[in-house]
Design a protein around this ligand. Sequence first.
Ligand code: ATP
Ligand code: MG
Length: 402
Amino acid sequence: MSSYQRICLVHYHEIGLKGRNRSSFETRLVRNLEGLLRSYPIAEIKRISGRILVLLSSEADYALVCQVEEAIRMVPGVARVSCGYRCDRVLDDMCAAASDALQDVGEFEAFKVAARRSHTDFPTSSMEMNQIVGAYLCDSYPHAKVKMKDPDVVVGVEVIQGASYVYARSLRGIGGLPVGSSGRLVCLLSSGIDSPVATWKMARRGAVCIGVHFSGRPAAEGTSEFLVDDIAHVLERTGCIARVYVVPFGEYQRQIAASVPPSLRVIMYRRLMFKVAQEVACKEHARGLVTGESLGQVASQTIDNIAATDEAVDMPVLRPLIGTDKLEIIEQAEKLGTFVISSQDATDCCTLFMPRNPETHAKMDAVLHAEESLPVERWIAEILEDVEVRDYFCPAYKKPQL
Ligand code: ATP
Ligand code: MG
């Protein structure tokens, strides 16, 4: 009967992490993991010398460790997660734990041991630990060979403060920065394929993302709203969305369609969407907007039309997919788990009142002239009155004070 406990060790990239920056990054990642892993049997999550330790409760078995590992892997800021055991700083225990940890990797031929100690108060050097644990593993796995270059498995043995951590199973994480380390952004979120990916990419760079969805209601049914809710639940699993503001937009589109030249309608819809999103951003103390646009994908995504919509707002508009091909976006949406949802048909405001020949090279003076006839300020005030807010679980988010 072994006395050691199951652990996951979270590794993160330390590049660019210096001084105070580093400590707030680590604290943020610990808080996010605490929140996102709240339904698993976990005894403790804490920082230990360049790693985050996730200590599982004693009832956790291997199947559960795999679930926890998968949940950790997808959290922004996690570069790698390794699973194994914590034991005393006693070489016999470390050897036995390494042998057990190796059982978790399945078939392998060649391995090496990579030992590390964070303090020199442990008398055995890293080199000696490599030799001692390596020799023990050769005895318990007689078929296995030691190989320094490109082994199938690297057995990690880390002596950190008062304990040692031993693992063999190790998987790459999603990378990026912990949500909450790069401020707040408001993301224009349709039920299409692109904008959920765009939102996720900004969350992976550390932004707290707040969605705004423009629904075709009351001119159309609210199907797109249900799809956006499903998409938000997917993003929520890794803490990548905090709220979604749902705007019934159909009536405003009808009015725009009735009063501006057909070729400029889409630009007018989009300028109004951007202005509303900017107001939401001010309420939420967010410093920029995000869209899922990709250059040339549709008529509204030419550089002239992008310029004509950007002119409507005073804050940066980030377009993380601007240079990405549709097929690459689809692949990313499939990995993320939003593609199946986004592939369903829904009438949202995009499909309503679409002109046959939208302008592809909007002229700013024509756009501003057409907009003069619209009561834009009054509409924005009305829209903000009618907006519906849905909250999602995001450990890095705090509601703004009213
Ligand atoms: P997506 O780009 O998300 O696949 P789409 O292709 O239907 O949706 P486009 O017409 O390409 O939408 O719009 C470009 C961008 O404008 C979207 O990526 C999204 O950021 C924003 N947008 C479009 N429609 C909506 C909407 N109904 N609500 C919120 N944002 C929207
Ligand atoms: Mg699109």
